[in-house]
Each structure stands twice: as C-alpha cells, then as structure tokens.
Design a protein around this ligand. Structure first.
Ligand code: DGL
Length: 266
C-alpha cells in the first residue's frame, strides 16, 4: 500500500524514532509532524495532550497516512487509548524500555529518565509493577532537557549540569541500565557517555518501535511491496532552527524547511 506513515512528537525528539523507522522500512514514505509551538508536552495536562494528539492525527489522516506512530512517550501515555477508539487506522505507541532493562540488569537497579506525563501513564505503571519485586527502579523526571533540545543545545555546561544532577545519583545507587523514556533524550547520547562510562548501558525505544511498526504493517497487509525511493515530508507548528539542524544531522539531507501548519484545536 503506497500511502505514507504519519509520525509525530511534541517537537524534534520523535526524529530519533523516525530515523529507525526509515532504516527498517526503506520502501515506506513518512510524514513527520513536530508540535514545536506546544513543546514540551511533559508538564501539560492529559486533556491538553489528548487535544493536540487529536488535531495532529486528524491532519496526518488528511494527508492520507495509513498508520500513525506516536513517537512520544508522553503523548502515548496520555492519548493513545483514546485515539485508538476514535480512529480506524492502526496507531503504534511508545513506552520506556523498562522491560528489557529489567531483564538485562545484573545489579538489579535500573534508572528511568522521563517526563512527569510519562511516569503518570498506565503503560509505565503496569510494566514497573510487574518487575518491581526483583528490580529496584529509580525514577527521575528530567526537567529542562526537552527545552534544551528544542533550543538546539546538545553540549555545554548547562546541559552537563542537568545530566550530572539526574544520572549521578543513579550511578551511585548501582544502576547498570539507564532507560531513556523520552524520545528527545537520545539526542544527548554523546553528552551522557562521560557520565555513564562503561558501567551503565543506555537504552532507548526507537528500534523496538520500528520493529513493532513493521509487524503491524505486515499484519494489516499495509507494507509497500513496490520498490520505492523513500520520501520524507516534514511539518511543524512552528519553524525553529533546531528542527532543521537535527534533520540535517540525522538524515543528511541538508537544511530543509519544515512546512508550517498551525493546526486548529479540536
Ligand atoms: N519526546 C517526548 C517524549 O517522548 C516529549 C517530551 C515533552 O515534550 O515534554 O515524551
């Protein structure tokens, strides 16, 4: 089926997921929507995030998308169940990689960095509940990181200070798996390495979501079977320097302009 896949996030974080999707599904076209004008979602109410997700999915459906990937842990936690009831097309959500971290940990301590909204969600609560008898799960709301990413700050003193504040206590508590429970955080991977060193493994969800998306496409007979030169389209509710730079860095397609769409609130 030669229709595009819609992918969205509060901003640039979901581009880390899009990257994995494009690698695993080279014959598929993608439309990405960054809700930059409303980022971050982390501290917003569930009702607000549901409304934004609804407006964005409606827009992606109007562009004939056949499947939606919610490339945002916070929006998945707040809105995915409601959206699945409202829309007929398959919607793939995202959740922090708590399960693999709990299965892999040797020290029986794992750390999770995420937004307040993600920790509040049932997906996270249910998975943590399942493993918490055997593994101690150290939670940290990583306030301020999404804002830095949206402003294009991926190195420097301000970032290092926040990363140290959030990760060092986990390291001292013997954490050996660090789950990045927000799709923006993999953009800080390099900056995290000097802190995590070789004692902590960093886990993100991009690859797993791409595999899940492929499964859903196959199950729904929606894969594009014809050889295709992959087409990527980028939309945002506000154009920013950071989104253009990150697209260039991740996809090596030069500094493209996002098409700006101010979506009406549903
Ligand atoms: N990238 C998002 C997530 O995975 C959004 C975080 C935010 O906007 O606060 O949760």
């Amino acid at each position: 089926m030669k229709k595009p896949i819609g992918v969205f996030d509060s901003g640039i974080g979901g581009l880390t997921v899009l990257k994995e999707l494009t690698k695993l599904l080279p014959n598929e076209d993608f439309v990405y929507f960054a809700d930059t004008d409303n980022a971050p979602y982390g501290n917003k109410s569930k009702a607000k995030i549901v409304k934004r997700s609804d407006s964005i999915i409606k827009f992606l459906v109007s562009l004939d998308c056949k499947l939606i990937v919610v490339a945002c842990n916070t929006a998945t936690a707040a809105a995915v169940n409601v959206m699945r009831k409202k829309y007929k097309l398959p919607i793939v959500g995202l959740e922090p990689a708590v399960k693999p971290a709990c299965l892999q940990t040797k020290t029986k301590h794992i750390g999770v960095l995420a937004t307040k909204g993600t920790f509040r969600g049932n997906h996270f609560k249910n998975t943590s509940e399942k493993y918490k008898d055997n593994v101690e799960i150290h939670l940290q709301v990583a306030k301020g990181l999404v804002e830095l990413a949206e402003n294009g700050v991926f190195e420097g003193e301000k970032l290092n200070k926040l990363l140290n504040r959030y990760i060092l206590p986990m390291k001292n508590a013997n954490v050996d798996q660090l789950v990045l429970g927000c799709t923006h955080y993999p953009l800080f991977y390099e900056a995290m390495l000097p802190i995590t060193g070789n004692t902590i493994t960093i886990l993100e969800s991009g690859e797993a979501v791409a595999r899940r998306t492929k499964d859903v496409l196959i199950r729904n007979k929606m894969m594009n079977s014809v050889k295709n030169t992959q087409k990527l389209s980028f939309y945002a509710s506000k154009d920013t320097k950071a989104i253009n730079n990150v697209v260039d860095k991740l996809f090596k397609i030069g500094k493209i302009k996002f098409k700006v769409e101010i979506l009406k609130q549903i």
